[in-house]
Each structure stands twice: as structure tokens, then as C-alpha cells.
Design a protein around this ligand. Structure first.
Ligand code: ADP
Ligand code: UDP
Length: 237
């Protein structure tokens, strides 16, 4: 499948049309941003790792009954996916306090929750992705009640499956962000990516951060952390 015109350039990926109107090619960049684009940088090799990792994880989720946009990895940085209309919600599941949760509620990072929390933000860069509840999403007609129920069920299943996979790699899945979309027939599928850009991953023993927080917080060792989680995953899967 050949790339045609570029439809969109985002912060981490480019999206291209193909000759099939139902299919897109996503191309993963090494560009990194944080704090809604305020901090910019490059993580060398990130695009290759995120492309591979997202595909490995989505293939695993498909096997366990979660429909995803994945069709086929084309090369190091590019993947053919089903075109969806993105539901403009950032779906966040948390197992341990960190990031904006810790900040918002004035607690330390690392509190292990008795059960996962499910959270929605409105995917809108101009507004800074504000936190919202199901009723707000319904009021703005971002999704139907049935879609929201399905998205919640899928997200919590993804959490369970991904916690298992990562635990076997000696990595704790702290939290993550998912995006869902609708196919032409309305079917809800998991889209976008699952990677150290979109998940918090801590070494299970040392609690060392192995994700984008190293970039966000200028901790150094960013490339090494991405390579580390990728190599643990490929050794395991
Ligand atoms: P951002 O838009 O936040 O800067 P990216 O750089 O990752 O993010 O750009 C990828 C864009 O493609 C995102 O807006 C994402 O919602 C969208 N997207 C991801 N998967 C699909 C898909 N299967 N079909 C259509 N759009 C998609
Ligand atoms: N996340 C993301 N994109 C966003 C916001 C959050 O991928 O635009 C991920 C982030 O990497 C983390 C989880 O979602 O794994 C929860 O992020 P949080 O709300 O704590 O926000 P942050 O600390 O990134 O501002």
C-alpha cells in the first residue's frame, strides 16, 4: 500500500491517505512534546519503538477480543490502519497515582489503588484537554451512552490485559491514555497508539521511570528507557 497525500501532521505522527478511502498510513516521528506542546524535543529512535510496540500490543489485544485499528505494519515507522472518526475523548485508566492525578488531588505519586480509575478528558488542545465526566461527554454529544459504556468496558479490559503483559516483563503499568474511533459502520475500535509516550511504565523492582516522564521532567536517559521497555517486551512476547 502506497502513501498518498498527508492528511494531518500531529505532534508525534503523520497521517497519510491511501488509495483505499477506509485505510490510512500512520508514520511515527521522533518528535516529542509535553505540557500541551509547550516543551518540544527529539527522542532519537522513538518513532521506530512506538510503531513496533503499539503494533505488538494491539495485536495482542485483538487476540483477546479488543477490536483495534491495526491492519499491518509496513516498515520501521509506518503502519496501515483502519481509518476511523476519532471520538474526541482521551480515555485514561490509572492503577497508581501519578502525574496530573497526584497534582490535582495533592497526593504523592505511587499510591496503589484498590481498583483502577477510569477518567475522560475532552481531546481539545485549545482548551488544554479539560477533564470531563460521562454526563459532560453526553451533553456535548461526543459519544452515545452505549458507546461510553463500551469504551469504559474496553478500557478496563485493556488495563487488565496490559497489566498482565507488562508484569511478565518486570514492568508496572501505572496509567495510560487510549483513543477510540468509529469505523464507517459505527463500530467502536481502539485507535491511535499504546507506547511509552502514552503509558507510565515503572520498573517493578526499582520503580525507575521507563516512559515519557523522563522527557517531561528532564531526567535524562530517555532513549535508553524506551529501548529498555521495548527490549523487555520483545523478549517476552
Ligand atoms: P496529536 O494529534 O495529539 O498531535 P499524533 O501526532 O499522534 O497526535 O497524531 C495522530 C493523530 O491521528 C491523532 O489526532 C489521532 O487522534 C489520529 N488517529 C489515530 N489513529 C487514527 C485512525 N485509525 N484513524 C484516524 N485518525 C487516527
Ligand atoms: N497521556 C497522554 N496524552 C495526553 C495526556 C496524558 O498520552 O495528552 C497519558 C500520560 O502519558 C499518562 C496518562 O495519560 O500515561 C495520564 O496522564 P496525566 O493525566 O497524569 O497527565 P500528564 O501528567 O501527562 O499531564
Amino acid at each position: 500500500m502506497e502513501k498518498k497525500e498527508m492528511l494531518y501532521e500531529g505532534k508525534a505522527k503523520k497521517v497519510y491517505a491511501t488509495e483505499d478511502p477506509q485505510q490510512l498510513i500512520v508514520s511515527y516521528k521522533d518528535d516529542a512534546t509535553a505540557f500541551n506542546g509547550l516543551k518540544k524535543g527529539t527522542i532519537t529512535g522513538k518513532g521506530v519503538i512506538n510503531n513496533r510496540m503499539s503494533n505488538l500490543l494491539m495485536a495482542r489485544l485483538e487476540k483477546d477480543g479488543i477490536p483495534t485499528h491495526l491492519i499491518k505494519e509496513l516498515n520501521d515507522r509506518e503502519t496501515l490502519v483502519k481509518k476511523v472518526s476519532i471520538v474526541p475523548l482521551e480515555v485514561i485508566v490509572r492503577n497508581i497515582s501519578a502525574g496530573s492525578f497526584a497534582k490535582r488531588y495533592g497526593v504523592e505519586e505511587g499510591i496503589v489503588f484498590d481498583q483502577p480509575t477510569f477518567e475522560l478528558s475532552y481531546k481539545n488542545d485549545d482548551l488544554g484537554d479539560p477533564l470531563m465526566n460521562d454526563d459532560h461527554a453526553l451533553a456535548l454529544k461526543l459519544a452515545t451512552p452505549e458507546e461510553l459504556a463500551l469504551i469504559r468496558r474496553y478500557a478496563l479490559t485493556v488495563d487488565k490485559l496490559m497489566q498482565e503483559v507488562w508484569a511478565e516483563c518486570g514492568v508496572t503499568l501505572v496509567d495510560f491514555k487510549l483513543e477510540f474511533g468509529r469505523l464507517d459502520d459505527g463500530t467502536i475500535v481502539l485507535a491511535d497508539e499504546i507506547s511509552p509516550d502514552t503509558c507510565r511504565l515503572w520498573d517493578s523492582e526499582t520503580h525507575e521511570k521507563l516512559d515519557k516522564d523522563r522527557f517531561r521532567r528532564d531526567m535524562g536517559g530517555v532513549e535508553a528507557a524506551y529501548e529498555q521497555v521495548m527490549s523487555r517486551l520483545t523478549q517476552h512476547l
